[in-house]
Design a protein around this ligand. Structure first.
Ligand code: SF4
Ligand code: SF4
Length: 377
C-alpha cells in the first residue's frame, strides 16, 4: 500500500480509500461491516461514508465495524458528509455531526465534507454567516471534527476559485481515466495549494467494469481496463486517496494489489492516456475543454457532450436517455448550467474548436428536445 500525507493535515492516508457507497444491500449490516475489517487488514486506513448511502445504511454499517476497530482508533481516519441544502444553519450542521458520530460509534470525525456542491450558490449557502461552515468550525474547535473539506461536482475552473479562498483542507471530486481533463485544472490547483485530493468515481460509476470490451484500449499490457482505471487514480501523484466503492473482498484485493505494485503515472503517462483516450474515442467527447471559451451563449458544451457520450457508447432507449438528462440536471453535469441546449445560436465556434470534430450543433438540438420533454413532465 502507498501512504501519503493528506495535504497539510499531518494525516498519513492510504492511496486506496474505502468508499461506503456500494455495499450489497441484500446482505445484513453485520456481514457488510466485515468488509471494513478486511480492508483494514489490507492496509486501508481511510474510510469514507455519508448519510443516505445504500438506503441510509452505510453509516450504520460503518458504526458496527468501527466499534470492533476501536482499539486501533488512532491508526485510521473516518470521513463523512453533510449537505448545506439540508443543514443550512450552524445549529443544524452541528446536530448532524453529532448524529453521524453516534451512528459511526466514534468520538471524532477526521474528515467532514461540505457535501455535494454542484452549484456555486450551494457553496455560498454553506459559507453564509451562521451557516454550515460556521457550525463545522465550532465543531472543529471542540475536537468533534479533525478537518473540514469540500466535496464537489463543479468544473475545474470553479473548484480552483473556491480553493483560492483557503477555507478547506482538501477536496473530494469525481475523477477517472475518462473524464480527467475536465477536472484537471481543479486537481492541479488543489495539489499546488497543498490540499488533500480525494478521487471518487474512479471507474466512471461502474461504466468501465460493465463495458470492458468497449474500454479495452485503456489497458496496458495484461491488465484489464478496470485495473488500468484504478491504477490511473491510485498512482496519480496529484491524487492523495482514491475512493473505491467496495461490495466484495475481491474488489478490495484488486485495488490493494494495484496500490501494492505502486506503478506510478508520470506526467508523460498522463499525456499518453490523454492522447490514447482521444484517439480511441472517435465521436466521443473527451472532456478536453478546448471548446469551453468559444460559446457566446455560455452553454456548458463539454458537459452536454459528455452526457451525449452515453448515447454514442451504449445506444440507450429514449426513456433511458431522458432519465440520464434528468439526473444530470438535478445532480450532475448540468446542475450549474448557465444556459441550456436550446440557447445555441448555431454560430459553430465550438465545432471549429472541438478536437474531436463533433457535430455539436446537431447533438445540442437533440438534447434540447429531451430538455423540452422533461420540462413538460
Ligand atoms: S454553435 Fe451553439 S454551442 Fe456552439 S459556440 Fe455557437 S452558440 Fe455555443
Ligand atoms: S472540444 Fe470537443 S471533445 Fe473537447 S470538451 Fe469540447 S466538445 Fe468535448
Amino acid at each position: 500500500m502507498i501512504y501519503s500525507e493528506y495535504g497539510k493535515t499531518g494525516a498519513k492516508v492510504s492511496a486506496v480509500g474505502f468508499g461506503g457507497m456500494r455495499f450489497d444491500e441484500s446482505k445484513s449490516n453485520e456481514e457488510n461491516a466485515q468488509l471494513l475489517l478486511y480492508a483494514q487488514g489490507k492496509g486501508i486506513n481511510y474510510f469514507d461514508t455519508a448519510p443516505t448511502y445504500c438506503g441510509d445504511t452505510s453509516e450504520d454499517i460503518f458504526g458496527i465495524a468501527l466499534k470492533q476497530m476501536a482499539d486501533t482508533r488512532d491508526s485510521y481516519y473516518v470521513s463523512t458528509k453533510g449537505m448545506p441544502v439540508d443543514f443550512d444553519t450552524a445549529g443544524k450542521a452541528r446536530a448532524q455531526v453529532e448524529k453521524s458520530m453516534k451512528r459511526l460509534n466514534v468520538d471524532r470525525i477526521d474528515f467532514y465534507h461540505v457535501w455535494c456542491i454542484r452549484r456555486v450558490d450551494q457553496y455560498e449557502l454553506a459559507m453564509k454567516k451562521g451557516g454550515q461552515y460556521e457550525g463545522l468550525m465550532k465543531c472543529r474547535e471542540e475536537g468533534l471534527i479533525g478537518n473540514i473539506v469540500i466535496s464537489t461536482h463543479l468544473p475545474g475552473e470553479k473548484i480552483k476559485n473556491i480553493i483560492s479562498k483557503n477555507e478547506f483542507e482538501g477536496v473530494l471530486l469525481g475523477v477517472n481515466i475518462l473524464n480527467f481533463p475536465y477536472r484537471w485544472e481543479g486537481i492541479q490547483a488543489a495539489y499546488a495549494a497543498g490540499l488533500g485530493v480525494v478521487a471518487m468515481n474512479p471507474l466512471s460509476g461502474g461504466l468501465i467494469p460493465k463495458h470492458e470490451d468497449k474500454f479495452a484500449f485503456l489497458a496496458d499490457g495484461d491488465e484489464t481496463p478496470t485495473q488500468a482505471a484504478l491504477r490511473f487514480c491510485i498512482n496519480c501523484p496529484q491524487i492523495t486517496v482514491t475512493l473505491a466503492g467496495f461490495t466484495t473482498k475481491e474488489h478490495i484485493d484488486t485495488a490493494c494489489t494495484i496500490a501494492d505494485a505502486a506503478k506510478p503515472f508520470t506526467d508523460e503517462d498522463i499525456d499518453r492516456v490523454r492522447t490514447h483516450v482521444s484517439e480511441n474515442m472517435n465521436a466521443l467527447c473527451t472532456g478536453c475543454g478546448y471548446c469551453l471559451k468559444s460559446c457566446p451563449e455560455n452553454i456548458p458544451i463539454a458537459n452536454y457532450m459528455q452526457i451525449y457520450n452515453e448515447k454514442v457508447l451504449f445506444n440507450p432507449t429514449e426513456k433511458e436517455m431522458l432519465e440520464k438528462m434528468k439526473f444530470n440536471h438535478e445532480w450532475g453535469l448540468l446542475a450549474d448550467r448557465a444556459a441550456g441546449a436550446g440557447d445555441c445560436v448555431e454560430c459553430a465556434a465550438c465545432e471549429e474548436a472541438c478536437t474531436q470534430h463533433l457535430n455539436i450543433i446537431e447533438r445540442l438540438k437533440e438534447m434540447d428536445a429531451w430538455e423540452k420533454t422533461l420540462k413538460k413532465k
